[in-house]
Ligand binder design. Structure first.
Ligand code: ATP
Ligand code: MG
Length: 285
């Protein structure tokens, strides 16, 4: 059986979470080696560890079938690949920033200015759309220091919290696009590989659904069951079992971490007792 080849970042901001996601899908790292293997024979997968810049090209060329990469790299490299799933981590944005001492007058500020960036393709496209003529200085790293060393007037770079900008006396003036980790795929995969990919996506969606969900069990007076169930709708509908003690029932359901404490407070007010909350490993529909 042919293996589905997945490209992930070798080391950097995406690698840990990419590995963790695959591990949650039961694709494990073999003892300490930077080698991932799938644990089931019917789920043949091979991982390629690459620099993130190279992932779109490798996927477009078919060296890898799919890749986990930042959307910013996908947009910059503009290769023949398709985004098949957004993963919600490594969120950041690509923004224009200028020295704090400058007064920002709108996008026309950038006319005839020099902008340092590692994302010349995205920037050129944006400036053309806005009809602004600027000079682009392409550099591969430490873009944020370009204005202070006199290399450029401004920068176009990745921003997340904005603290790097502040510590370089810069201010963000335009957000051009947002980015998160995504899975990209070559536009044509064989049916065999598509099947493996479908299984992988199913596993990822199962992992996402399970995240933050807890199994909850509690004892409640029978006359409060209706109100309690409104708080705990459960997957389909909660399980209710009578206790030996007449007038009381045991209720089993699922709650999410997000509203967990509010729900527990309400449950106590309604007379619930013996509340147990248990982790859920996988939720499969
Ligand atoms: P490589 O050596 O693989 O080329 P790199 O130095 O280009 O790595 P990283 O800094 O590891 O890249 O960032 C990888 C990706 O993580 C970026 O392309 C972007 O999508 C995302 N990213 C970068 N900086 C941040 C940040 N501060 N917060 C969140 N996500 C970020
Ligand atoms: Mg890179």
């Amino acid at each position: 059986m042919k293996k589905l080849k997945i490209a992930i970042q070798k080391s950097g901001r995406l690698s840990e979470k990419s590995i963790a996601l695959l591990q949650e899908c039961d694709i494990k790292l073999t003892q300490g080696k930077r080698k991932l293997i799938s644990v089931s024979d019917d789920f043949p997968i091979e991982i390629l560890f690459l620099r993130d810049d190279d992932i779109p090209q490798y996927v477009a060329d078919g060296v890898a079938d799919i890749g986990i990469v930042g959307e910013n790299e996908v947009l910059e490299k503009d290769k023949e690949t398709e985004i098949i799933k957004r993963l919600g981590f490594a969120r950041c944005r690509l923004s224009l920033a200028i020295p704090q001492s400058e007064e920002y007058t709108g996008i026309s500020w950038f006319k005839n200015k020099k902008i340092a960036t590692s994302y010349p393709h995205i920037l050129t496209k944006y400036l053309n759309e806005k009809n602004i003529g600027s000079e682009i200085e392409e550099i591969s790293g430490s873009v944020e220091i370009a204005p202070s060393i006199g290399l450029a007037d401004s920068i176009f770079d990745i921003v997340s919290s904005g603290s790097t900008l502040v510590s370089n006396a810069l201010k963000e003036v335009e957000v051009i696009c947002n980015s998160e980790a995504v899975i990209i795929s070559a536009s044509s995969l064989t049916d065999e590989k598509k099947q493996i990919l479908d299984k992988l996506i199913f596993r990822i969606e199962t992992v996402e659904r399970s995240r933050g969900n807890k199994y909850i069990l509690l004892n409640a007076p029978n006359n409060k069951i209706d109100q309690i169930i409104e708080l705990l709708p459960g997957m389909k509908s909660p399980t209710i079992m009578p206790l030996y003690d007449k007038g009381w029932s045991s209720i089993h359901s699922v709650v999410n971490e997000k509203d967990y404490w509010n729900i527990v407070d309400r449950l106590k007010e309604l007379g619930a007792e013996g509340i147990l909350v248990i982790p859920i490993e996988k939720v499969i529909f």
